[in-house]
Design a protein around this ligand. Sequence first.
Ligand SMILES: C[S@@+](CC[C@H](N)C(=O)[O-])C[C@H]1O[C@@H](n2cnc3c(N)ncnc32)[C@H](O)[C@@H]1O
Length: 283
Amino acid sequence: MKIKDVLLNGISILKDNKIEDSNLKARVVLADLLGKNKEYLMIHGDEKIEEGLNKIFLDKIERLKNNEPLQYVINKQEFMGFEFYVDKNVLIPQPDTENLVEEIIYLSEKIRKNDKKELRILDMCTGSGAIAISTSKLIENSLVYASDISKKALKIAEENSSKNQANVLFFESDLFKKISELYKFDIIVSNPPYIETDTIKTLSEEVKNEPMLALDGGKDGLDFYRKISKDAKKYLDEGGYLAFEIGYNQKLDVENLLKENGYKNIYSRKDLSGNDRIVVGQV
Ligand SMILES: C[S@@+](CC[C@H](N)C(=O)[O-])C[C@H]1O[C@@H](n2cnc3c(N)ncnc32)[C@H](O)[C@@H]1O
């Protein structure tokens, strides 16, 4: 079959099933299968592709038809200019989370103004490793640790780390349970699960394909902020920072949690869409 016919068939299956961005999704999947860019398909529409490849393409179209996110189907997502392998065992790193990495870079520079030491950073709830890996690549002289409760997520994070030639120490832990209080960090960063349990059922079918373990923040969405802010201060060096990604409506609650737990210099930042996205506190 010719490229253009394979593509049109894929697009029409997706359109018939009312899948958003059918055209783009079918193109991205086929181009990825061929190891080319999307523009290649436009210019080489008459080129033939093997039946075996068409079958793989149709399997992937079927997955898209079942509302699987495009990133899981092609096993890729870009974050901070690095490429990450993703599948259904990890949350797809979101562009909004890049704000958190930028904040960590800013905080690192602030700490380094007074002290040129090696920075110790912990990314708690690391998932695909996106925050930890890009942080370790972008902040010189940093020692980055990253933890998650999910063994499957950690395996992916480790693969992502070696694929990007990063130097991150991953370990399995239910929040701080396995970390000795003798360990102290300059920055603890976390994008924990923060969706209210009841809101999960109202999310798009695509988001519902992401791991529940990565989404569910408990009844009011604040379970992880509560636990992490309570314990993190024991693991931060004096002057160290705790930095969270938050949901658009969680700024006041998370700021209050930090206040109640004795953090100082608390502030928040918005993302490019104008939504509150980050809360930071210092010990
Ligand atoms: C919202 S995802 C964030 C993933 C990644 N940091 C990112 O920004 O793309 C939350 C992560 O928390 C992990 N998690 C859930 N419960 C946990 C727990 N009790 N201890 C450690 N990690 C946990 C999940 O496995 C998931 O990988």
